[in-house]
Design a protein around this ligand. Structure first.
Ligand SMILES: Nc1ncnc2c1ncn2[C@@H]1O[C@H](COP(=O)(O)OP(=O)(O)O)[C@@H](O)[C@H]1O
Ligand SMILES: [Mg+2]
Length: 263
């Protein structure tokens, strides 16, 4: 069981789109997948469950704040073929109610994931767009790897990433987590524009071999799929978006396999 967080403190960089579509693509390889939605906005929850996040009575907020709740009490199967630990905005007050010096603020998720034993091949976490707080700390403490989605068209794409990586490293040390950067996923790339090429070059220079070879191209089918609460491969398996996420899922597994053999 490998736990992979998709994290960037910026919103709108393609975290949720990458989480749901990578998770969906991994099921094609026969893997059992759990998505944990740790962003209280509940966008992964909406897309995967196709239900208003507030309709979910037991969320990750309940799981983290109530010692008597187990993963099995909150998990739901979804039409996308992955299981989901849902969330909604109520998770903010629930998580805030955990006492400041409680271990649950750090290890709540990690401990509860242990109940699952090896039920899943991969657990994919959609992180909130934050750099600190109990939710992101729980994600880092529980994860083996993180993928850093970065917007390939924004000239501000690299702004603040060194700080983000430093903060994750600090939390890693403080929590005894094994988390390490699996790679940078460049999203919403438009290679036809000059700006797109300039930003991609800058990202390549900065992250070098850590940049995944697969890039996620800007593709309107992805947007359409998100609007209909569907994974892009369920809306149109021949779309560029579906091909890109299939290719990324394959590359992600290869990197994890290589890392596992080295260590
Ligand atoms: N490759 C893409 N092509 C076109 N639109 C995209 C692509 N990836 C994401 N989007 C759109 O960009 C917006 C932000 O993406 P999202 O995954 O919600 O980012 P985050 O979770 O980081 O806030 C959404 O409206 C989504 O539909
Ligand atoms: Mg999101």
């Amino acid at each position: 069981m490998r736990v992979v967080s998709f994290a960037n403190y910026k919103g709108g960089v393609g975290k949720t789109t990458s989480v749901v579509n990578t998770a969906r693509a991994l099921t094609d390889n026969g893997f059992k997948i759990l998505v944990v939605d740790l962003d209280p906005q509940g966008n992964s929850t909406l897309t995967l469950s196709r239900k208003n996040p507030f309709e979910h009575e037991k969320t990750v907020g309940n799981l983290l704040s109530d010692k008597d709740l187990n993963m099995a009490d909150c998990l739901i199967p979804t039409p996308a073929g992955v299981d989901l630990m849902p969330t909604n905005l109520n998770s903010y007050p629930l998580v805030s109610s955990i006492p400041p010096n409680s271990a649950k603020r750090i290890y709540g998720l990690k401990n509860k994931l242990q109940d699952l034993e090896d039920k899943y091949d991969f657990i994919i976490i959609d992180c909130p767009p934050q750099i600190e707080g109990a939710l992101i700390t729980n994600a880092i403490a529980a994860s083996d790897y993180y993928v850093l989605p970065i917007e390939g068209e924004s000239v501000y794409a690299l702004q603040g990433v060194d700080h983000l990586i430093q903060v994750i490293d600090l939390i890693r040390e403080d929590t005894g987590s094994r988390i390490r950067l699996l790679g940078t996923l460049v999203t919403m790339v438009d290679t036809r524009t000059n700006a797109g090429r300039v930003v991609k070059d800058a990202i390549d220079k900065y992250f070098k071999e850590m940049v995944f070879k697969t890039i996620i191209r800007r593709n309107t089918t992805i947007n359409k799929a998100n609007l209909r609460n569907k994974c892009v491969c369920d809306l149109d398996p021949r779309s560029m978006g579906c091909l890109d996420y299939r290719s990324f899922a394959k590359e992600m597994i290869e990197r994890i396999d290589q890392g596992t053999r080295k260590t």
